[in-house]
Structure formats: C-alpha cells, structure tokens
Design a protein around this ligand. Structure first.
Ligand code: SF4
Ligand code: SF4
Length: 213
C-alpha cells in the first residue's frame, strides 16, 4: 500500500501538485475522529504498542491510552509524531493532502476535497487480498471474491470507538512482568552470589582442616 501511495503522490507531483503532509505536521491526528480501523490493524497496533514502543514515548502513550475519550486526539500521537508509525492504520497511510498544510481544526475532506488524495482502489484491494489469509480465507478464488464483494468493509470499526484503556493495561502488565523477570533474575544473582560465598567459606574451612591435619 505504501508503494501505491508513493506512486500516486509522485503522479500528482508530475502534474505540478506537491503534497503538504510532512513529519511533525499532525493537525489531522487531532482533528479526525472517524479513522477507520480493521481487526488485523487493531492486533498489529496493540502488539507494536506493547512490544516495541519504549522509553518516554511509551510512558506518554500509556497515559494517553488510559485517559482516552471519544473526544480526545488520536492517543497514538506523541510529540507531534505517530508513535505506532510502522503499523499505523491504512486510512492514515492514505490520507494525503496537496497544496497547503491543514489549519488547526480543519478537515480538508470537507473544506477542500479536491486537495485530498483519492485512495487508489487497486492498492487498497491488494492490501485486503494480502491480509485475508490472516482472517482464515486462504483459497485464492475466495480471496478474490471477498475483495470484490468488499467483505472487509463489514468489519471496519472507528479508532475512536475502541477501548484503548485496555491496551494501556496490557502495556502495564507487560512492564510489570518484565520488572518481575528483572527482579527475579536479580534474586537469582543474589542466590548465586550467596552460593559462591558459601563455597568460598567451604574452601576456607577446607584450608583450616588441611591446616589442622
Ligand atoms: S493531512 Fe493535513 S495535518 Fe495531516 S499531515 Fe497532511 S497536511 Fe498535515
Ligand atoms: S494512528 Fe498515527 S497517523 Fe493515524 S491518526 Fe493516530 S497518530 Fe495520526
């Protein structure tokens, strides 16, 4: 899909239209409250947040997910960047605007539709086709039929309708179990050094015995 989006942007550039979207430009992530999300994307995003986001970014993300309400900005927006960028939804990948960057609160889909890039159906269908085996549809003919029938769209949800607090809790459980493992291995190290201490004491005792002989 990313290659398809890049090709579509390049085709527009050839016509003299430059894309306004750039890193750090993130009004859309605060303004949009109707971002479509598919089940597999929710799984991917959750995995990425739990396993891959680290440090201060992780802490901010966890707090935002916990405090999330349907009126909030996208909870994955951290420091004007997408904290789940490699696994961001297809809708975010496709939403590109030409001309000038969006103003605060502006949804160019409504204010200047002509500047919003149209999704390229061929690439969207291809992305769905690739994902279908993960939903248990492996047979090629069935995959083609499912894509043609738009079966995917029946599974769509909205990002703002998801219970992201549960993801924050999952991140916490992961952090706590990592802490337990760390303190567990600290305990093991403590036990090992106690064992080494005992062995050394044993050596001294052996020396004494030898000296006594
Ligand atoms: S959609 Fe608008 S706000 Fe979002 S990156 Fe593009 S220009 Fe910036
Ligand atoms: S998922 Fe990422 S790119 Fe999409 S709205 Fe949220 S912060 Fe923006």
């Amino acid at each position: 899909m990313d290659r398809g989006v890049a090709a579509a942007i390049e085709a527009e550039r050839q016509k003299g239209r430059d894309v306004a979207c750039a890193r750090g430009c993130s009004q859309c992530c605060s303004t949009h409250k109707d971002i479509p999300l598919y089940p597999l994307e929710i799984i991917g995003i959750s995995w990425y947040a739990v396993e891959k986001v680290t440090g201060v970014e992780r802490e901010i993300l966890r707090q935002q997910l916990k405090a999330f309400t349907k009126d909030s900005a996208c909870p994955f927006l951290v420091g004007r960047a997408c904290s789940i960028h490699p696994l961001r939804p297809m809708a975010c990948r496709q939403f590109n605007v030409f001309g000038s960057p969006c103003k605060e609160g502006e949804d160019p889909f409504h204010t200047r539709r002509g500047d919003v890039m149209d999704p390229v159906k061929k690439h969207v269908d291809q992305a769905f086709y690739v994902m279908l085996p993960y939903y248990g549809v492996e047979n090629e003919a069935e995959r083609v039929r499912a894509v043609e029938a738009g079966a995917f769209h029946r599974m769509v949800r909205e990002l703002h309708a998801c219970r992201w607090r549960e993801l924050a809790e999952k991140m916490e459980r992961r952090d706590n179990s990592a802490e337990t493992r760390k303190s567990g291995s600290a305990d093991v190290r403590k036990r090992e050094s106690a064992e080494v201490g005992k062995m050394k004491e044993g050596l001294w005792a052996g020396g004494d015995r030898r000296g006594a002989q």
